[in-house]
Design a binder for this molecule. Structure first.
Ligand SMILES: *[C@@H]1O[C@H](CO)[C@@H](O)[C@H](O)[C@H]1NC(C)=O
Length: 321
């Protein structure tokens, strides 16, 4: 009898508190934060579907999709236009304000969302990230502005503006891709005018390396970098593993890649990637296909291993409203 009334009470509580946006989640499963890629938004069909797929692997997991802006249109636009440093400040405040994340979380960054989440870890990391997985991200920048799908007006506008000059102070505060454009043919200009990427890569020779960035990145349990085998959007695609084009040199063939382990960033361990590697916490993964071709064979083993870990011993179901 008591059991039956308890059950009835539970059902009533569910009915009263279950708004369309409420969902139950398990407190003992480490939450997950996902930062979408360029052209996407926090609540696109693709993002919602991916969240559901992750929940099928890790039932009860709490998932937060980063929202630079609340409205879908504005959030999508913010992938092209805006000041990256300001966007990351905003996101750090957002993540710190979400009660479910206060014990730390795992994070997945799609494309540019990957280097932005890495910047969050390096600069803030409060609450802390445990595992960071980046898919097709541009950790060593891009050397070419990606082409646009027909009819993609935002992409056209951004690409035209970038062609007018990626290293103008306007572009460096208003065009997102310009803020991780790394011109291997003009590294001095890149280092002098780009604020975002050289900073989080501790790459500017005249500025002392910021040890906070390194200490925070090294505090990750795992950093998993996923590159796509046929990526033609990210130029060069090796950027997803911190590779870059070699600067022009008469002895070096054009298009030669400096791989991760030959980058001074790695060799001199500017941001801790080498430390992570040497302690077995750097994953270098390849997914087959073009940029962000997220097949189940690609994401599922990674999400199974690096997301949904146990956070606390007790097994509590929490109703969130
Ligand atoms: C390093 O970065 C942190 C986070 O942005 C900042 O608070 C600190 O002042 C920086 N330190 C130096 C020496 O620049």
């Amino acid at each position: 009898m008591i059991l039956r009334s308890l059950l009835l009470f539970a059902v009533v509580v569910q009915l009263v508190f279950a708004s369309p946006f409420a969902s139950s989640y398990r407190k003992d499963v480490r939450p997950l934060v996902i930062w979408h890629g360029l052209g996407d938004s926090h609540s696109s069909a693709g993002m919602l579907e991916f969240a559901e797929l992750i929940k099928s692997v890790h039932p009860g997991i709490f998932i937060h999709a980063v929202r630079v802006e609340e409205s879908i249109e504005a959030d999508q636009r913010a992938g092209w236009f805006g000041n990256v440093e300001e966007q990351i400040v905003k996101v750090s405040e957002q993540l710190a304000s979400i009660k479910e994340l206060e014990g730390g979380f795992d994070a997945i960054g799609f494309s540019q969302g990957g280097q932005f989440l890495r910047a969050y870890v390096e600069i803030y990391n409060e609450p802390p990230v445990h595992n960071l997985i980046t898919f097709g991200s541009q950790h060593m920048g891009i050397s070419d502005i990606p082409g646009c799908k027909p009819g993609d007006i935002l992409c056209r506008l951004a690409a035209n503006a970038a062609r007018a000059g990626v290293y103008t102070s306007w572009a460096q505060t208003h065009l997102v891709q310009a803020q991780y454009f790394r011109d291997h043919k003009n590294l001095d200009l890149y280092l002098a005018t780009n604020h975002f990427l050289p900073t989080i890569n501790n790459e500017v020779p005249s500025i002392l390396k910021n040890n906070t960035y390194k200490a925070n990145l090294v505090s990750l349990s795992n950093l998993v970098l996923v590159a796509f085998s046929e990526d033609q959007t990210v130029v060069p695609k090796e950027s997803s593993w911190f590779g870059s084009f070699a600067p022009p040199d008469e002895n070096v063939e054009e298009g030669t890649i400096i791989p991760l382990k030959e980058q001074p960033l790695y060799v001199e361990d500017w941001i801790g990637v080498r430390t992570l590697d040497e302690s077995g916490r750097l994953g270098l993964e390849i997914c087959e296909g073009r940029h962000m071709a997220l097949s189940r064979a690609c994401w599922e083993p990674l999400v199974t291993t690096y997301a949904g870990g146990s956070l606390r011993a007790e097994n509590t179901l929490v109703v969130q409203s």
